[in-house]
Structures are given as structure tokens and as C-alpha cells.
Design a binder for this molecule. Structure first.
Ligand SMILES: [Zn+2]
Length: 191
């Protein structure tokens, strides 16, 4: 018979390596997650830091967020789009456990690892920092503004990014584009 102490040994705890949140290890057997995979070992991020880590390493969301700031993540439609990405990527995490406000509140907490350029991400940490500092044009002068409900403008040069998103998840780029254009149109049509 297993002793109580042994049974407790099988439950592992750790802290999120970025924000320090208390975590319980709960691996998902047979997981095929391509993002937000539950760890088998007591090491890694809480779900909120894991979402931020995914976004900052994923192009074009990373360049867009560097330019607009994180507040656009509070738009419900953006969260619905992200839930679609999670579904398409067989994520272990579920959308309801994400605390978007906490992600925004913790946005400036540092990550140990810098963002690297890869074949699918042309935007490394240096570019992201420069866009944020305003010394790199990013998407250019027609910035996507950070205020929720404010004017959100999509420009033609963004189209290739939306096409890229469409390739990852069919319809995702179109959906995001529609959302951004709608925000801009609403603000501009009040004449
Ligand atoms: Zn965390």
C-alpha cells in the first residue's frame, strides 16, 4: 500500500519562472500541443506568461504588439481569435484559464530568453525593442493605436501579414483584419 507521503510526492509544485505564480505540475498524457503544452517537469511558465511568450515569439503578432502595446489583447474578438489559434494548435491549456488583464498588467516583466529570429519570425528582440522605443518604423506611420475602442487602422502593407495568418489558421488573418478595420471605421464614421 502506498503511504500518504509517497502519494504526495507525486504532486509537484513550482513557481512560474517569469512572474513567480505558484503552479502545480499536471502533464497531459498523449498531448499533441503545438503551443501552451503542459509541462511534465516542475519548470516553465504559468499559462498567462506562456501566452505572452507565444505571442512575442510569433510573427506578426509580436511586431503588432510591440507597436500597439498589449491593450489590444483586451478586445474580446482578439481573445476569440486566440482561442481559435489554441484549438488549431491542440493546446493543452483552455481559453478560460487565461487571464488577459493579468497578461497586460505583467507585460513589462522581463523574460530570461530574448526573442530570436527564425525562419518564420523575421523580428528578433532588437527589432521588437526598437519598435517599442519608436526608433524602428515597425508597420510604419499608420500605427495601430493601443486604446481599446479607439481608432484601429490596418494598412495595405499589413495584408501580407494577414495572408500569413490565413496560412496558419484558415480565415484567421481575415478575421483579425476585419476586427481592426471595424475599429477604425467606427471611430471614423462618427461625423
Ligand atoms: Zn507567470
Amino acid at each position: 500500500m502506498k503511504s500518504k507521503a509517497n502519494m504526495q510526492d507525486t504532486v509537484l509544485f513550482c513557481q512560474c519562472e517569469r512572474c513567480g505564480a505558484q503552479l502545480q505540475v499536471g502533464p497531459a498524457p498523449g498531448s499533441e500541443a503545438r503551443l501552451l503544452r503542459r509541462s511534465k517537469v516542475p519548470k516553465g511558465f504559468c499559462v498567462n506568461c506562456a501566452v505572452h511568450n507565444f505571442l512575442r515569439n510569433t510573427y506578426p503578432p509580436n511586431i503588432q504588439l510591440a507597436e500597439s502595446g498589449p491593450e489590444i489583447l483586451l478586445i474580446p474578438h482578439i481573445q476569440t481569435v486566440f482561442a481559435d489559434i489554441m484549438k488549431a494548435g491542440f493546446a493543452d491549456a483552455i481559453p478560460d484559464e487565461i487571464d488577459w488583464q493579468r497578461i497586460v498588467d505583467n507585460w513589462e516583466l522581463p523574460f530570461l530568453k530574448k526573442v530570436k529570429r527564425t525562419a518564420s519570425n523575421p523580428c528578433g528582440q532588437e527589432e521588437l525593442d526598437a519598435i517599442k522605443a519608436g526608433t524602428h518604423p515597425g508597420f510604419g506611420k499608420h500605427r495601430i493605436r493601443s486604446s481599446v475602442g479607439g481608432a484601429l487602422k490596418a494598412r495595405k502593407e499589413l495584408d501580407f501579414c494577414f495572408e500569413g495568418l490565413n496560412k496558419v489558421v484558415p480565415g484567421l488573418g481575415d478575421s483579425l483584419k476585419k476586427c481592426l478595420q471595424k475599429g477604425g471605421k467606427n471611430a471614423e464614421s462618427e461625423k
